[in-house]
Design a protein around this ligand. Structure first.
Ligand SMILES: NC(=O)c1ccc[n+]([C@@H]2O[C@H](COP(=O)([O-])OP(=O)(O)OC[C@H]3O[C@@H](n4cnc5c(N)ncnc54)[C@H](OP(=O)(O)O)[C@@H]3O)[C@@H](O)[C@H]2O)c1
Length: 300
């Protein structure tokens, strides 16, 4: 009875269950219809008896004239049903059964799809909770200093010298892995001491003294897996890619606009929440006012 839909080469167990369920429902409907016909027939027959032999069945609420009229009406209806079911075969015929089957199959398929979606959602929530449990102490942090216009550097150099900012950078990153793009690495005289330097480049034969070389940001993050707080330290290209992976940003906002050729990406306030800030005025050691700002990613 089950007709395969186009492009359906194999029947999955769920589909077999759906077919069996649909067939059961059709049989139930058929049985209901048969019962209805038999009941109508009994009513009609008792009326005929009542009229023909004057049995005076006490429950019958009609006089013989009305009993005849109702019986005749039921008889006509019965005849119509009879013709439709057994002669014209349009109702409950093969085509009707097939339509019913497809209708029920579609209904069941929607239900199964809904269930699947609910299960997928639950699995995703579980996986996320597991990931959060495993990584609750791990925090990928981007650390940068940027002007009011997000300026980072020019001609592969930093634009300003702020000694307290360098101390801040040193204190936070000491003992950790620092991930940087090849250009930032080359802008420094040597690898940063007391930290594990990880350099990202697409050049397969690139060599860097006292540093580990990888060929993608993902490879860098895999390499620093055991560090509870690895730092992405620039430059512009790497910060842009790092935004998706970072959990926090340690930003030194230098309160001026600068001419630059490299910029920090825009921090979307819908995705990042400022959680800490410390302001510094300019003084004899610092040519520009600046603020240390910590952002945490807003996890949905
Ligand atoms: N203000 C700050 O806090 C700060 C911090 C750091 C840097 N900076 C400044 O930023 C500037 C440098 O930034 P930048 O954007 O020009 O360069 P960058 O991000 O330091 O390095 C870019 C290089 O990284 C490699 N790279 C990038 N994405 C990669 C990927 N997905 N897979 C493999 N390799 C990849 C490529 O190296 P190859 O070309 O070798 O393939 C690319 O040329 C300098 O001016 C520097 O002073 C400022």
């Amino acid at each position: 009875m089950f007709r395969k839909k186009k492009n359906q080469s194999t029947i999955e167990p769920q589909q077999v269950a759906l077919v069996e369920h649909a067939q059961k429902r059709i049989a139930q409907k058929k049985r209901f219809h048969t019962h209805l016909l038999i009941s109508l027939f009994v009513v009609f027959f008792s009326m005929v008896l009542n009229f023909a032999f004057d049995y005076k069945i006490e429950l019958m609420p009609f006089n013989t004239y009305w009993a005849f009229a109702v019986g005749a009406l039921l008889g006509i209806l019965l005849l119509i049903h009879f013709l439709r079911v057994f002669v014209f075969y349009s109702f409950m015929g093969k085509v009707w059964e097939m339509e019913q089957m497809e209708f029920l199959l579609d209904k069941q398929a929607i239900k199964v799809e809904k269930l699947k979606r609910a299960m997928d959602k639950e699995a995703a929530l579980k996986a996320n909770a597991e990931w959060q449990r495993e990584n609750q102490n791990k925090k990928v942090t981007m650390i940068a200093a940027a002007g009011e216009n997000n300026a980072l550097g020019k001609d592969n150099q930093l634009i300003w010298y702020l000694s307290d900012d360098l101390k801040h950078f040193k204190n936070l990153t000491k003992g950790h892995h620092v991930i940087m793009g090849r250009k930032t690495f080359e802008s420094m005289p040597k690898a940063l001491p007391n930290r594990t330097n990880v350099i990202i480049t697409r050049q397969k034969d690139y060599k860097a003294e006292n540093a580990h070389v990888v060929h993608s940001l993902e490879a860098a993050l895999a390499f620093v897996e055991d560090d509870e707080q690895p730092f992405i330290i620039g430059g512009g290209e790497i910060y842009r890619q790092g935004l998706d992976y970072a959990d926090s940003i340690e930003l030194t906002r230098v309160h001026e606009e600068f001419e630059a050729d490299t910029f920090f990406p825009e921090i979307d306030s819908a995705k990042w929440r400022e959680v800490w800030r410390e302001n510094h005025d300019k003084d004899e050691k610092h040519k520009h006012a600046f603020s240390f700002i910590r952002y945490e990613k807003i996890h949905a």
